[in-house]
Every structure is written in structure tokens, then in C-alpha cells.
Design a protein around this ligand. Structure first.
Ligand code: SF4
Ligand code: SF4
Ligand code: SF4
Length: 389
């Protein structure tokens, strides 16, 4: 599987899962407009967070960047980041420019794509071309799969996203897609891959299962981890059979194959570097870990309380000794004796945290990882020159 060779970096020795790895690159998630959005996906996790609707201020962005001692990878996230408007976004990019590429090593935008137009393309790819910004657009798949991504009038946003890809393609720009795999996705494997194949400028795909919980039970449109694992495996079979891997990288398939072979995945779900290596900053100054963990459950502090010259590493370290994080530490601890921990790396800790009061879901989570391990172990490369992958 030659496209993947460039992602393969051999891991040295045994590693252990870390909530935070002090002194390494920080993934900075800028919650550009808090949880404001122009559409109303029925599974939206953002809307239930206690976040004030406003915009991140350039001065706050600068303050958090100053507190990062080494490097960071920055992503403008939402709600919908384009809601901030061209002018204010340009002001944020002016700040980014001051730190790029020495401190900020990469810049990405995660958008629902609906507001993308010529003016945004001009801003991102012409005026701020030097920042090499990458875009990822949320699209759950075919129109049927995309059924929960609806606008404020309840209409499926599928066509608007396809139009966004067409527009980018007119400018010769590639983008990624982020798909949430829901109950309606499970029977759509072939159609999903056909769609990916039909969009010429898709560069990468990330599939995330929908595991929303209400009263410790999965919501009606969510799926079991084991259903998600089967979906991944079925996608992988078609993906390899059709040769689509030559053009598009799909996560978590890439990471699974990397880990099966003892190579290092960069995707947190399959890596040792977990949730506090990803810091989310909100317009009201709140700082939390990866935004899959609600700021209501894990509140590290506020940008306003960062002293001048304060190092964000120390700030996070001080938070991690607090009881609030014991539940996450216990989750990590429970993986120590597991026979496949070097492959699984504990998965996504937010999923296991929100499953914590439902033993069946926790068991199903580990069952799904064993299923993936057993299905994918045939893709282990046996010799340096073995060209099976
Ligand atoms: S695009 Fe994102 S933030 Fe907006 S409603 Fe959908 S899931 Fe929520
Ligand atoms: S919560 Fe999940 S997605 Fe977020 S950093 Fe932790 S492991 Fe990764
Ligand atoms: S299978 Fe379960 S116990 Fe084993 S490493 Fe993965 S999450 Fe941890």
C-alpha cells in the first residue's frame, strides 16, 4: 500500500498512554465563534456545552500563543468558524502570521462548508497563501448518510457541501472530509466509497462514530463501538479492493495499519498522546482539553488568568494534579494489562469517559478494538521488502 509508506515511522520500544506530554507540540483548537453555527445538526455536541456566543479576540489568541513554549498546530474550529466574517478572520490570521512557521507549524480550518465562497477562497488561498492553510469539511457521506446535518429549516445540507467541493475544485484546491458515522451510515459502505471516489479533490477522510449519550444510553442515531468497528472494516475491504487508497488517506484505517505494524500513528485515538496535548480555547477565554471532552467537565483555566510569560505547560500540569482528572487517569490505568494495548492505545478517552456509567458500552468498546485487531492483523508487513500493503 505504497501511499502509506510516507506515514510510516517505526516506533521505538514500549510506550505508555499520556494525558499530557510536557514540552512537545500542542494542538491548539481555536473555538472561533464558540458554539454558534449556521446549521442545526441533530446530533450536535457543541450546542449542549455551556459556552457564551461570541468571537475569539485577536489579543486572546496572541496571549495563548505567547504561553506556548515550543510549537503548536492550530485549527480554527466552531461552531462554524466562517461565521466570524472575513474581516475579523483576517485579523486572527494576522496574528497567526506573526508566529508562522516558527511556532505555529500548521494551520487548518474545520468547517461545515456552507458559507465557503470566492471571497473566503481569496482570503485563505491568496491573501494568506503563505500560511498554507488546509481545509476539512464536514460531510457524513451520501445524502442518506448526511440526514442529520440539516439547516435551520430542516433541509439536508448535502448539496451545499458538494457545491463547496466543486468550488474548491474550480480553484484546484483539495480538502479533507470529516464524516460522522451514524445509524443511517451502516448499510451505506459501497455508496460512501463511491461518493469519495467521485469527488476528485478529496485528499483525506476521517470517520468518527457517533456515540452520543443521554442518561447513560446511546441516542437513537448513535451506534455501538462494535458497529462502528464493523463499518471501518467493511470500508477498508472495499477501499483496498478498489485501489482508492492510492489517492485518498482514510482515518482510522491508516492508523490501524500503522499500529498493527508497530509504526507511529499521529491520530490521538491510536496514539499515546491524548487529550491535554489538544487545548481548546473559547471566546470567553476558557481553556479546556480536546473539545470532545466538554469544557463543563474539564475546565483548565482562563486566558485572562495566564500571567505574562506564563508557560501553558505548567498551567496544564497544575490542572492535571486535580481530582477532576482522576476518572481519565483510571481509564488509562485500566489499559495497562490489556493484551492489545500497544495496538489500541486506549482509543478515544472521551468516549470511554462518557460511557463510564454503562458497563455494557465499556465492554463493547474494548470488544470493538479486539475485533479490529483480529481483522487487520493480516495486514502486518512481515519483511522490509514485503509489498503486500
Ligand atoms: S456544523 Fe458542527 S457545530 Fe454546527 S450544528 Fe453541525 S455539528 Fe454542530
Ligand atoms: S478526547 Fe478523544 S479525540 Fe479528543 S484528544 Fe482525547 S482521545 Fe483524542
Ligand atoms: S482494548 Fe480496551 S483495555 Fe485494551 S487498550 Fe483498548 S481500550 Fe484499553
Amino acid at each position: 500500500m505504497w501511499i502509506y509508506r510516507k506515514f510510516f515511522k517505526k516506533e521505538k520500544g514500549m510506550t505508555s498512554i499520556k494525558l499530557f506530554e510536557k514540552g512537545t507540540n500542542i494542538n491548539l483548537i481555536v473555538k472561533t465563534v464558540g458554539n454558534s453555527c449556521n446549521i442545526e445538526c441533530s446530533y450536535c455536541f457543541e450546542k449542549i456545552k455551556n459556552v457564551k456566543e461570541s468571537e475569539i479576540k485577536p489579543i486572546d489568541l496572541e496571549k495563548i500563543l505567547d504561553s506556548i513554549p515550543i510549537t503548536c498546530s492550530l485549527v480554527f474550529h466552531g461552531g462554524e468558524p466562517f461565521l466570524i466574517g472575513y474581516k475579523k478572520f483576517a485579523e486572527l490570521l494576522d496574528i497567526v502570521k506573526k508566529y508562522y512557521p516558527e511556532k505555529i507549524i500548521s494551520v487548518k480550518i474545520q468547517t461545515n462548508g456552507i458559507l465557503l465562497d470566492d471571497q473566503w477562497i481569496n482570503l485563505i488561498y491568496k491573501e494568506y497563501k503563505d500560511l498554507n492553510i488546509e481545509i476539512a469539511i464536514s460531510l457524513d457521506g451520501t445524502e442518506k448518510m448526511n440526514a442529520y446535518r440539516i439547516d435551520k429549516k430542516g433541509r439536508n445540507t448535502f448539496q451545499s457541501v458538494i457545491d463547496a467541493f466543486k468550488l474548491l475544485n474550480e480553484y484546484g484546491i483539495s480538502a479533507g472530509i470529516l464524516s460522522v458515522i451514524t445509524r443511517t451510515s451502516l448499510t451505506e459502505v459501497e455508496n460512501y466509497l463511491q461518493l469519495i471516489n467521485l469527488i476528485p479533490n478529496i485528499k483525506f477522510v476521517k470517520m468518527n462514530g457517533l456515540f452520543n449519550i443521554i442518561n447513560n444510553q446511546l441516542t437513537y442515531n448513535s451506534i455501538l463501538p462494535s458497529e462502528y468497528a464493523k463499518f471501518i472494516y467493511n470500508v477498508a475491504c472495499k477501499y483496498i479492493e478498489t485501489g482508492l487508497y492510492k489517492r485518498v488517506a482514510i482515518e482510522p484505517i491508516l492508523s490501524i495499519i500503522q499500529n498493527i505494524n508497530g509504526y507511529k500513528s499521529k491520530y490521538c485515538n491510536y496514539s499515546d498522546r491524548k487529550c491535554f496535548n489538544y487545548l481548546s480555547v473559547y471566546p470567553d477565554g476558557k481553556i479546556g482539553p480536546c473539545d470532545c471532552l466538554s469544557i463543563d467537565d474539564f475546565f483548565i483555566g482562563n486566558i485572562q488568568d495566564l500571567n505574562k510569560n506564563q508557560n501553558i505547560n505548567d498551567y496544564v500540569d497544575n490542572y492535571l494534579v486535580k481530582e477532576d482528572t482522576n476518572s481519565l487517569k483510571k481509564i488509562i490505568e485500566s489499559c495497562k494489562e490489556c493484551d492489545i494495548n500497544e495496538f489500541c492505545k486506549g482509543g478515544c478517552l472521551s468516549q470511554r469517559f462518557y460511557f463510564r456509567n454503562n458497563k455494557y458500552l465499556l465492554l463493547d468498546f474494548c470488544k470493538s478494538k479486539h475485533y479490529l485487531y483480529n481483522k487487520f492483523k493480516i495486514y502486518r508487513i512481515r519483511g522490509e521488502n514485503n509489498d503486500k500493503l
